[in-house]
Design a protein around this ligand. Structure first.
Ligand SMILES: *[C@@H]1O[C@H](CO)[C@@H](O)[C@H](O)[C@H]1NC(C)=O
Ligand SMILES: *[C@@H]1O[C@H](CO)[C@@H](O)[C@H](O)[C@H]1NC(C)=O
Ligand SMILES: *[C@@H]1O[C@H](CO)[C@@H](O)[C@H](O)[C@H]1NC(C)=O
Ligand SMILES: *[C@@H]1O[C@H](CO)[C@@H](O)[C@H](O)[C@H]1NC(C)=O
Ligand SMILES: *[C@@H]1O[C@H](CO)[C@@H](O)[C@H](O)[C@H]1NC(C)=O
Ligand SMILES: [Zn+2]
Length: 490
């Protein structure tokens, strides 16, 4: 053999190896992707072709002109275009199963929440520069110059605009307005504080919750696990009800909704209180939690702590108290909703040591290989909230969201919505759109959406018996959806 021929052969073999190896690597990766174990039926394959045509078109347009790729744009500026997206419209139709992470006073679309400020009995007052809302029946408190909202509206044509600004994070220039995570959280917590007195009035709470269920049901979400606590409430006769009666109102309202919508599967509450408290207060929370759960075991799913993680107490501060009850409760801890490394993110370590059933956000999880290992080993659901993380300043471009890594590696993730009210979102579809377009590969397909829907039940707190029933329902909804798509798009 001449040296030249030898060289050609060698090059040829090396090249052949290169392409074989490349195919092997790609197919190994594809087999780790979320949803890759799902085999599509013939009909599902047709639906998948429809979906992928829509996705490729939108994705490739974005590739040619990145300034138009919606997951890379701040949601306040992308929302209108998302609503025009064919992929989004498709995702709205997908049976998404359950929403496993949202907060009770931030779940309703802003428009519907704002409408509820027209309820009878709502007063406002300017408390030395701080505007406050409250419902009064048969006389107002004398701590402030309370006036009916209808009077405020009559006297000031700019009132609704002012009120809007107190109830949403949405602004024209989010980047300029909210300099850093603490700044945006400060406004965010302010909104929670501003609206929270409304929930003391039972009729408001009822109407609000009923509409939440309606919106999620309309978005093809049939079961909710909601973070919340229960305080005292009052009715228009000024009768005061305790936390147990407030919990009963949740149960009654969802039952009323289910009478009208028999295929809606219901709600459960994850009892959630502020993490920015003393250990004594935590003892009170824990004891209130067990009282509530004893009274309403079907409603109360578990325990969590909420509020900005960087500024709140780390789980380790309460570790002894929480470990002492870990054998008697499920935990659903928010953990790792941070960009820090070696600080707030250690909540992830503590959450798994406390045997948390799921992790809320887990945004910092790739900094902790041991947490990643345990999450896979023990199948701990990770609740990803793409829009929340963008608006609350953990990541600007959702292609850089940690969810892409978790999805690529087939981690047990669910896609949820956190606080749609305050950033102009509604239901789950906006977050699912962001995850599907921004956090899955270009050729990531219907199998991912199907796995996400199934995961939302598999990682829920439902008992084994209820889970079997829920999966049966979801299977039926999914089949209906497949047929509906085949009819609509052909
Ligand atoms: C808000 O109220 C108006 C007027 O009653 C109604 O037309 C609109 O549909 C309501 N919007 C929502 C989101 O509830
Ligand atoms: C009202 O606010 C001003 C400035 O913020 C403060 O100086 C004043 O003490 C406040 N008055 C009352 C009654 O709280
Ligand atoms: C208030 O009291 C009246 C008279 O007792 C009763 O008819 C009405 O149902 C009560 N309203 C509420 C919201 O409980
Ligand atoms: C967590 O679960 C493990 C295994 O079941 C158990 O050994 C450990 O004590 C639990 N941790 C707590 C804090 O209960
Ligand atoms: C749970 O663990 C605590 C100690 O950490 C123990 O006192 C208690 O008996 C255990 N309860 C159950 C139901 O196992
Ligand atoms: Zn949350």
């Amino acid at each position: 053999m001449t040296p030249l021929l030898f060289l050609i052969l060698l090059t040829h073999t090396a090249l052949a190896d290169f392409w074989d190896d490349r195919n092997t690597l790609l197919s190994n990766e594809a087999s780790q992707l979320l949803g890759s174990s799902i085999q599509l039926t013939e009909d599902e394959q047709k639906v998948n072709d429809i979906l992928m045509n829509l996705k490729f078109q939108e994705y490739d347009e974005g590739f040619l002109d990145p300034s138009k790729f919606l997951p890379s744009i701040h949601f306040f500026h992308s929302k209108a275009a998302i609503e025009q997206s064919e992929v989004f419209k498709f995702i709205q139709k997908v049976p998404k199963g359950a929403s496993l992470h949202s907060h009770s006073s931030a779940m309703l679309s802003f428009e519907a929440l704002f409408n509820l400020t027209y309820m009878e009995g709502l007063y406002g007052c300017d408390d030395n520069g701080t505007f406050r809302l409250y419902f009064f029946f048969g006389g107002v408190n004398d701590d402030c110059e309370w006036r009916l909202l209808s009077d405020w509206r009559n006297e000031d044509s700019g009132f609704d605009e002012f009120l809007t600004s107190k109830m949403t994070l949405v602004v024209d220039d989010p980047v300029g307005t909210y300099g850093d995570i603490n700044a945006v959280w400060s406004t965010f917590q302010g909104i929670f504080g501003f609206v929270s007195p409304l929930f003391d009035y039972r009729q408001f709470l009822h109407d609000y919750l009923y509409q939440v269920l309606q919106e999620f049901n309309d978005d093809n979400v049939k079961y909710l696990e909601i973070r919340g606590g229960f305080g005292e409430t009052f009715d228009s006769n000024n009768t005061i009800y305790g936390p147990l009666d407030t919990a009963q109102l949740y149960i009654d309202t969802q039952q009323e909704f289910r009478q009208q919508n028999p295929d809606f599967a219901g709600i459960r509450i994850i009892y959630s209180k502020s993490r920015r408290v003393s250990t004594d207060t935590m003892d009170t929370y824990i004891s209130n939690y067990f009282d509530l759960r004893a009274a309403q075991p079907d409603l109360i799913a578990g325990f969590d702590l909420v509020g900005q993680e960087d500024l709140g107490e780390p789980l380790s501060v309460f570790a002894d108290q929480l470990a002492a009850i870990a054998n008697q409760t499920k935990f659903f801890f928010h953990a790792g909703e941070t960009n820090w490394y070696g600080a707030t993110d250690l909540n992830l370590i503590d959450a798994i040591l406390l045997n948390t059933s799921r992790i809320g956000h887990a945004f910092a999880i790739t900094k902790h290989p041991e947490v990643l290992r345990v999450v896979k080993e023990k199948n701990i659901g990770l609740e990803l909230n793409p829009l929340s993380n963008q608006v609350l300043k953990l990541v600007d471009d959702l292609r850089n969201h940690v969810g892409a890594y978790l999805i690529a590696n087939g981690y047990p993730v669910v896609i949820t919505c956190d606080d749609p009210s305050f950033w102009g979102s509604k239901g789950l579809s906006y977050d699912w759109y962001m995850a599907f377009m921004g956090m899955t590969p270009r050729d990531g397909d219907l199998r991912i959406l199907k796995q996400l829907a199934w995961n939302s039940l598999l990682y829920s707190s439902l008992s084994e018996e209820d889970l079997v029933y829920a999966i049966e329902l979801l299977t039926g909804w999914w089949d209906d959806f497949i047929h509906e798509i085949l009819e609509t798009y052909q």
